[in-house]
Ligand binder design. Structure first.
Ligand SMILES: Nc1nc2c(ncn2[C@@H]2O[C@H](COP(=O)(O)OP(=O)(O)OP(=O)(O)O)[C@@H](O)[C@H]2O)c(=O)[nH]1
Ligand SMILES: [Mg+2]
Length: 448
């Protein structure tokens, strides 16, 4: 997909499958023509959802319709949204009907609505990346990081730095243009160095104070493992604070892997993890048992940290990424041997200690405390670091210059400042080459 592609009417379902209702979105100059054709007399009025209908071969489907004229819409173009019942076959039929309604209408490619928003200047590249990150988010921490990007949090910091650098560049270039007037110094080397030091420090703190977005995406997976009937599902529920998994005295109760986000308080803040309850270890006597053991094996392979659960202290897993847990402590007197955490899902005994141990271990394994710092994608990180390097180079070009005098090598200073501005511009997408755009928008799903 290339930016600047033709202004076809692009059409797609903009919501995921499975909900009670779905949004079919069409964007492009012919959007309102399509609305008139597909919905007949479109009572849909601007920016208000009104009852409408979609004409299909089999009859009329009732829906709600919303008309958003450009440039005030998400994409900046005339846009129509039909809110239809969430039946997959029906959604598909409505999409096809809209595509057939006008010439030059086609199915939207992944991310194409957001690409148009970017092209129309409705979103900057970092905000568009925030939209993509939001779509892909699995945990609250990722969602918050995505919202920060989408809200322009990174962009504002970058814009401030770019504006200062652009001002400095203008002054340096003015100095080059007026070299013949010896008593005119547009900006002296001293104030220039001072201003660049400040910008460089603010950019450096942006890098130092952030966590990689990619690392948030890799929320550590904590698996409850152990023999069938060890009390794993009961512990899973107790740790989550709600009855999520079925608990029963029958060995082999859990047949599938249940994955739930789990937030724990670590030494440097709240850490988000994924807690997994899987089938227990048991001899497979039936096909169903065998499938359960396969799920168990796959879960073990995915786990970053394993809580090895045992009722009697026997059969614990070995390894660094293992915490040994003795379950059902209320059924026995006495303390657990060293190296085991004694817990009871029934009385809550030992759960706090287990949580603290898991959180500390997860943090030491690289889990990020949520909300502690803004998250930067690898691309942002690299571009800010590049800008910092350019600023260092431009300060080196000032070495030895008297503070009040004009820079002795203004061309070098100017080239390095240009470089820094260009790197920062890449974050906002102002100067982003096409291949970067392709890579970013290619990560979207259709309808966004
Ligand atoms: N007294 C007591 N009983 C418990 C405790 N935890 C679990 N149980 C009981 O032990 C039995 C098995 O519990 P589950 O949590 O289903 O065991 P599981 O390890 O998930 O078993 P599978 O899913 O078959 O692998 C149930 O009858 C629970 O009520 C506990 O802390 N104290
Ligand atoms: Mg279970």
């Amino acid at each position: 997909m290339q930016p600047g592609a033709g202004r076809d009417l692009i059409v797609a379902a903009a919501t995921g499958a499975g909900g009670p209702a779905a949004v079919v979105r069409a964007s492009g100059p012919a959007a309102f023509d399509a609305l008139a054709i597909v919905s007949g007399d479109p009572r849909a009025c601007t920016r208000a959802v009104v009852p409408s209908r979609v004409r299909l071969a089999a009859g009329h489907v009732p829906c709600l319709a919303l008309r958003m004229p450009g440039p005030g819409s998400y994409t900046g173009e005339d846009t129509v949204e039909w809110i239809v019942p969430g039946h997959p076959a029906l959604i598909e039929m409505v999409v096809r009907a809209v595509v057939k309604a006008v010439p030059d209408a086609r199915l939207a490619q992944p991310g194409e609505f957001t690409l148009r928003a970017f092209e129309a200047g409705r979103l900057t590249l970092d905000q568009a990346e925030g939209v993509a990150a939001g779509i892909a988010a699995r945990t609250d921490a990722e969602l918050r990081a995505a919202a920060h990007l989408r809200g322009g949090g990174l962009g504002r910091a970058v814009d401030r730095a770019m504006e200062t650098l652009a001002d400095l560049l203008a002054l340096v270039e003015a100095g080059i243009d007026f070299t013949d007037q010896e008593d005119v110094v547009a900006i002296g080397a001293g104030p220039l160095r001072q201003a660049m030091t400040e910008v460089r420090a603010s950019l450096q703190s942006l890098v130092d104070g952030s966590v990689p977005l990619e690392r948030l995406a890799a929320a550590p997976v904590v698996l409850l493992s152990g023999p069938a009937n060890a009390g794993k599902s009961a512990l899973f529920n107790a740790l989550l604070g709600r009855d999520r998994a079925v608990v029963a005295p029958v060995a082999g109760t859990t047949r599938d892997a249940l994955v739930e986000p789990w937030r724990v308080r670590g030494p440097s803040g709240s850490v988000e993890l994924l807690l997994v309850d899987a089938p227990g270890r048991m001899e497979a006597r039936s096909e169903l048992d065998r499938l359960g053991q396969e799920v168990r094996q796959a879960s073990i392979e995915r786990a970053t940290l394993t809580l090895s659960c045992s009722e009697d202290g026997q059969g614990h897993l070995a390894g660094d990424a293992v915490i040994r847990v003795r379950t059902k402590a209320d059924l026995r007197r006495g303390s657990a041997p060293d190296g085991e955490i004694l817990t009871s899902a029934s009385t809550g005994e030992g759960l706090d200690r287990l949580v603290v141990t898991v959180a500390a271990r997860a943090e030491s394994m690289g889990a990020c405390a949520a909300g502690v710092a803004p998250a930067l994608a690898q691309r942002h990180h690299a571009l800010v670091a590049e800008a910092v390097a350019h600023l260092t180079a431009s300060m080196e070009a000032l070495a030895g210059d008297a503070p009040a005098a004009a820079p002795s090598r203004p061309e070098l200073v100017s080239a390095a400042l240009h470089g820094a501005i260009e790197s920062l511009g890449g974050i906002r997408g102002r100067l982003a080459p096409d291949d970067i755009l392709g890579r970013i928008f290619g990560r979207f799903c259709i309808g966004k």
